[in-house]
Design a protein around this ligand. Structure first.
Ligand SMILES: Cc1ncc(COP(=O)(O)O)c(C=O)c1O
Length: 449
């Protein structure tokens, strides 16, 4: 008989949470920071591929992938082997003070994934927020300007610099006092709720007008602005893709005024949308790109990649003790091999397959307002009423909770959306399981409205 990790779809053997899970949850409540937000009581014990087993032996199909981190699935044998081999050779030396071949090796590989004429340079850190912090510092340093523009709904991290950009939920900012000065936000193109009635291709014209005609004239002169930072697909904000023309126009505006265009690919990058980077779908060449999450299959690694003409800061102006440590890089190298040799194409193909099956959900389920995204970054917006588009966080939460109790892990996103961000290796059987399960949950929750 296969073990629970060898099966491709879930198997539940206890009520949830099971007895051992309950013990862990009680101990967590006693000792852990209460700031952590758990959507349902999964107590993970081990994982393999797209399957996670909990501490009581229940197995789940993972369509959350540790917030889009486990791009190659859980504990891919090639990733595990690379980590183990490297851990036996050299764990740490600090790339800030000493050379080691792993950093330039991965940097060269990352740069090769990025289209564009200009040479690029890389800085390694440990988390998404650290990549964003570094990008802010580099943009300020290079331009000798300090103002920053970000978008409503964006999430760029929780340390004080990146938090100043983040405008996702006010609980993430509330209580922490004054953040960075000189930061302003403008609306993000959100086609489903476009006040001007634009489509997913054309939404955002008025926002660009607002930027140039209002923001630049009334608040910040463009020559004072260091950077505009944008997620090509808002992740925490609800899996909302920016139209290609919008990103292209932002690039033109930035070029015209010497403003750095920072693209945050922390959630959308590393093959998840069917291309290495989601910004490639718009054919742009950002000045700085922030990367984390899927890059190292769960090992803590981030990077920001900048045009060579942009990354000219002096020795000592930025550093990190752990950033780019050899074990994380070994994991990243194995991850990139797997993404390149099949998983990126699989993400494109499975994304198309899933969108083909769920694109008509707004017609089939009265609580589904919108289905959107790219590749394996799939958002489903839940509403109480399709006409008024009233946001229904309670119904969304009910769908997510029911899915968990049927063995499917998903996450919330934005105020009222469900996100599916599975490992890039899922197959049709697993996609079908996720689709059927969510359909069942939607039907059950719809009956309560
Ligand atoms: C787009 C984006 N940027 C930055 C971050 C912050 O990453 P981390 O939690 O690794 O600091 C996140 C995290 O969800 C993200 O989605």
């Amino acid at each position: 008989m296969p073990t629970t990790l060898e099966v491709k779809t879930p198997r539940l053997v206890t009520a949830l949470p099971g007895p051992k899970a309950q013990q862990v949850i009680a101990s967590d409540a006693k000792f852990m920071s209460p700031s952590l937000t758990r959507e349902y009581p999964l107590v993970a014990e081990r994982g393999h591929g797209a399957i996670v087993e909990d501490i009581d032996g229940n197995s789940f199909l993972d369509f959350a992938a540790g917030i889009a981190v486990c791009s190659t699935g859980h504990c891919h044998p090639k990733v595990v082997e690379a980590i183990q081999k490297q851990a036996a050779e050299l764990i740490h030396i600090s790339g800030t003070d000493f050379y080691h071949h792993h950093m330039p090796q991965l940097a060269e590989r990352l740069v090769a994934t990025m289209p564009g004429k200009e040479a690029k340079k890389v800085f390694f850190g440990n988390s998404g927020t650290e990549a964003v912090e570094g990008a802010i510092k580099l943009a300020r340093y290079t331009t000798k300007r300090d103002k920053l523009i970000a978008f409503y709904g964006c999430f760029h991290g929780r340390t004080l610099g990146s938090l100043s950009l983040t405008a996702s939920k006010n609980t993430q900012r509330k209580g922490f006092g004054a953040l960075l000065g000189g930061v302003e936000h403008i609306p993000f193109p959100y086609a489903y709720r476009c006040p001007h009635g634009h489509t997913a291709e054309t939404c955002g014209t008025e926002i660009l007008e607002l930027l140039e005609q209002q923001m630049f004239k009334r608040l910040f002169a463009p020559e004072e602005i260091a950077a505009i930072i944008v997620e090509p697909i808002q992740g925490e904000g609800g899996f909302i893709p920016a139209p290609a023309f919008f990103l292209q126009e932002l690039q033109r505006i930035c070029n015209r005024h010497g403003i750095m265009l920072i693209v945050d690919e922390v959630q959308s990058g590393v093959g998840r949308t069917g291309k290495w980077w989601a910004y490639e779908h718009a054919g742009i060449e950002p000045d700085i790109v922030c990367i984390a999450k899927g890059i190292a299959s769960g090992m803590p690694l981030s990077a920001f990649v900048a045009k060579e003409s942009v990354m000219t800061w002096k020795k000592g102006s930025h550093g990190s003790t752990y950033g780019g440590n050899p074990v994380c890089i070994a994991s990243a190298m194995a991850t990139l091999d797997l993404i390149e040799n099949g998983y990126m194409e699989n993400a494109r193909r499975m994304g198309e397959y899933i969108f083909g099956r769920i694109g008509d959900w707004p017609k089939r389920f009265k609580i589904v307002g919108d289905v959107r995204g790219k590749g394996l970054m799939i958002g489903i917006e839940i509403v109480r009423d399709q006409k008024t588009k009233e946001k229904a966080a309670d119904l969304r939460d009910a769908v997510i909770s029911k899915a968990f109790h049927k063995g499917l892990l998903t996450l919330s996103s934005g105020e009222n959306s469900i996100r599916m961000s599975p490992p890039l290796l899922i197959d049709e059987e697993q996609a079908d399981f996720a689709i059927h399960t969510l359909e069942e949950c939607l039907r059950e929750v719809e009956k309560t409205v």
